[in-house]
Design a protein around this ligand. Structure first.
Ligand code: UDP
Ligand code: MG
Length: 314
């Protein structure tokens, strides 16, 4: 198998047929003596997506689909696909045609030049709200400042990678997946190709702001200790100031005996310290929650249905 294409699907009934046509048309233009497979991962869709994938699977032997038992989220859906991919090269692509299948030959050609990962970098993004573009831009920059590893900015999961990278990813058991960070962490020779990100072809985004926030926190906590350290440092700084103020208060109370009743300053310091403590506890909580998830080692996902379930070794 030369190429496995992994496509996460969450309520994409409007796009599946067009995507299938464009993908197969594009892959047919490439020289792939070993052939290719399309791995659709249905991430608990509530529309006709699964029925459409079943029909595609019946019609085309190169189509593989798995259906997760509920909505586990984009990153886990892609991970499920990676666990099943047989190809010497693996492509990750969104189902909504925002990532043009026409870019795959260029990505693949660059991979064959001797890279292990070739990711597609967005030159521009169309049809997305200013808030989404702004939060995405800010997030990539903040992450860059906070981490030691070089996570490319303005890059999603649209990329092609070698089997070596896929096997390495399978060895990374962490529960809160942030694939683009994990792949950057792996190292090897990586390259990029630029493209203009199109509008979503049909349907609506499956990435709500709450999913985006969770994703951003997963990325930061998995690849940076800076928030944890910042909480500790600011905790010490504020406590130091509070200690000096306390000495001053005692001094005015017992030595000069010239003091204000102190109600405002008392309230302010109590509230301020309370706030700082809450922030610190919150940051620790974020890490603890993830630590807990990794200690539990639950399976990342459960496959409810698979059109090649009979294959030995699965
Ligand atoms: N997706 C998924 N599970 C989810 C949300 C999204 O598998 O919970 C898929 C979705 O079908 C698409 C890809 O992930 O193929 C990217 O999602 P989307 O286009 O909704 O995100 P956006 O482009 O708006 O960031
Ligand atoms: Mg999209």
């Amino acid at each position: 198998m030369d190429i496995s294409v992994i496509i996460p699907i969450f309520n994409e009934q409007a796009n599946i047929e067009a995507l299938y046509q464009r993908l197969t048309a594009q892959l047919a233009t490439m020289t792939l003596p070993g052939g290719f497979e399309l791995i659709f991962v249905d991430d608990g869709s509530r529309d006709e997506s699964l029925r459409m994938l079943q029909a595609l699977g019946a019609r085309d032997a190169r189509v593989r689909y798995l259906s997760l038992s509920r909505n586990f989220g984009h990153q886990i859906a892609v991970t499920a696909g990676l666990d099943q991919a047989d190809g010497a090269a693996v492509v990750i692509i969104d189902a909504d045609l925002q990532d043009p299948p026409e870019l795959i030959p260029a990505l693949y050609a660059k991979l064959r030049e001797g890279h292990e990962v070739v990711y597609a970098r967005r030159r521009s993004r169309q049809g997305e709200s200013w808030l989404k573009k702004l939060t995405a831009k800010a997030f990539y920059r903040i992450l860059r400042v906070l981490t030691h590893i070089d996570i490319p900015v303005d890059t999603g999961d649209f990329r092609v990678m070698s089997r070596k990278v896929v096997l390495a990813l399978r060895q990374m058991p962490e529960q809160n997946k942030f694939l683009r960070g994990q792949i950057a962490w792996l190292g090897y020779r990586q390259a990029s190709v630029e493209y203009d990100r199109a509008e979503r072809a049909g349907g609506t985004t499956g990435y709500t702001y709450s999913k985006m926030l969770r994703f951003a926190l997963d990325g930061i906590t998995a690849f940076s200790d800076v928030p944890l350290k910042a909480a500790t440092i600011s905790g010490f700084a504020v406590s130091g100031v509070a200690f000096l103020v306390m000495l001053y208060t005692l001094y005015t109370r017992f030595v000069t005996r010239h003091y204000e009743p102190g109600w405002p300053s008392l309230m302010v310091s109590i509230l301020f310290l309370g706030g700082v403590q809450l922030i610190a506890v919150g940051v620790i909580g974020e890490y603890l929650a993830r630590l807990g998830a990794n200690v539990r080692r639950r399976p990342l996902y459960l496959i409810a249905e698979d059109n090649r379930a009979a294959t030995p070794g699965l």
